[in-house]
Design a protein around this ligand. Structure first.
Ligand SMILES: Cc1cc2nc3c(=O)[nH]c(=O)nc-3n(C[C@H](O)[C@H](O)[C@H](O)COP(=O)(O)O)c2cc1C
Length: 359
């Protein structure tokens, strides 16, 4: 652009292109107040790197770059003007993206690509490059306009998220294997020690624990797990037709550790219901609701409400509630949670109350 410095008309093509490029084809609001001075000041002030190239010169060299472009790339204007922009590319630049640019230039089209570029000092950055043609008032191609935005941070966090998801899938896969290996060990040990019934009970609990994590591990990369998803997964085997357990809850989430206690407690409640309660006949129902609440000392809690109806009539609490409930209570107490039980004549009404951290 150095040659044009004294030519007050050199900005006309820029204005014209602005009009021609409006996406619906209609002219943009005419803005005839633009001047070389205005253009230079605007380009100097914007934090967006900008270049103009001249496709009428051999190899489409850069004829203008602003300060932001020099700051982004580490080159001085004198090292930039006159070169084709490909000097920013390097060994790991994706040729598919370069081809998209080539095609856009050939077809005089607007394109946005995310491309790996290199600074003068060799460091790499992800560049969201937006380029398009600029025409003069006769419709003749005069320049290409390019703007570059450093999106390395966004790219990095996207890559990390992707990696975390892949890891979570891998962990989920391994965890499933671990649970099935544990199941095998428990069965074999039970058989060899003549304790099949005990082994079966242990196994059911281990598998319930596995199920409570299974569908949610992908999301664990986010740091929390959906309570509803875990609840449904644990209880699915107890309601194969899907009409005995009713779920009512919103999308609350909790830290993964809380899921063990919730999963195992629900498993015990469901086992009990299958043997003695609402799921032991053909018509009983379990209603499950979960929500955030506050306990007596003002802590935020997750409350899971379990209400059985339609099962055999109950004449008060059972004399012994068995090991299952003990396991559940112990696990809950590790997370400062409680299991409240109310053995009403219609069926068991239980509440799992678990304080949650960081709220
Ligand atoms: C206005 C304009 C700006 C460009 N900016 C960049 C850029 O910032 N980074 C990049 O890698 N390529 C950029 N390019 C693309 C290259 O200059 C070149 O067109 C591309 O590498 C395809 O052509 P080639 O096959 O001749 O290399 C830009 C092209 C134009 C027209």
């Amino acid at each position: 652009m150095a040659d044009d410095k004294h030519d007050p008309t050199y900005l006309q093509p820029f204005n014209q292109a602005h009009r021609a490029n409006k996406s619906d084809g209609s002219p943009a609001a005419p803005f005839d107040g633009a001047s070389k001075l205005l253009f230079e000041q605007a380009m100097a002030q914007t934090r967006m790197a900008v270049v103009l190239t001249d496709p009428n010169l051999p190899d489409d060299p850069i004829v203008f770059c602003n300060q932001a472009f020099q700051d982004l790339t580490g080159y001085e204007a004198s090292e930039i003007v006159g070169r084709n922009c490909r000097f920013l590319q390097g060994a790991d630049t994706d040729q598919e993206q370069v081809e998209k640019i080539r095609q856009a230039i050939r077809e005089e089209d607007v394109v946005v690509v995310e491309i790996l570029n290199y600074r003068k000092d060799g460091t790499r950055f992800w560049n969201t490059l937006h380029l398009g043609p600029i025409y003069d008032e006769n419709g003749t191609l005069k320049y290409f306009f390019g703007s570059q935005w450093d999106v390395t941070d966004i790219h990095q966090s996207r890559a990390e998220e992707h990696h975390a998801k892949a890891m979570a899938r891998e962990v989920s896969h391994r965890l499933k294997n671990v649970f099935s290996v544990i199941g095998g060990i428990v069965n074999i040990t039970g058989r060899s020690m003549d304790a099949r019934a005990v082994a079966k009970r242990i196994n059911e609990r281990v598998q319930a624990l596995g199920r409570s994590y299974e569908p949610t591990l992908d999301e664990a990369a986010l740091g929390t797990i959906g309570v509803g998803q875990a609840i449904r997964a644990v209880l699915a085997p107890y309601d194969p037709e899907g009409n005995r357990v009713k779920y009512r809850g919103n999308g609350i989430r909790t830290e993964p550790n809380a899921i063990s206690a919730i999963g195992l407690t629900l498993h015990e409640l469901a086992t009990n219901a299958t043997k003695y309660g609402a799921l032991s006949n053909d018509t009983g129902q379990v209603e499950l609701a979960w929500e955030h609440a506050r306990d007596k000392v003002g802590r935020t809690t997750i409350e899971i409400d379990w209400r059985e109806t339609g099962g055999p009539r109950i004449d008060g609490p059972p004399e012994r509630t068995g090991t299952g409930f003990n396991i559940a209570e112990t696990l809950l107490s590790h997370s400062r949670g409680v299991l409240e039980t109310d053995w009403t004549p219609e069926g068991l009404h239980a509440r799992i109350i678990l304080p949650i951290a960081n709220r």
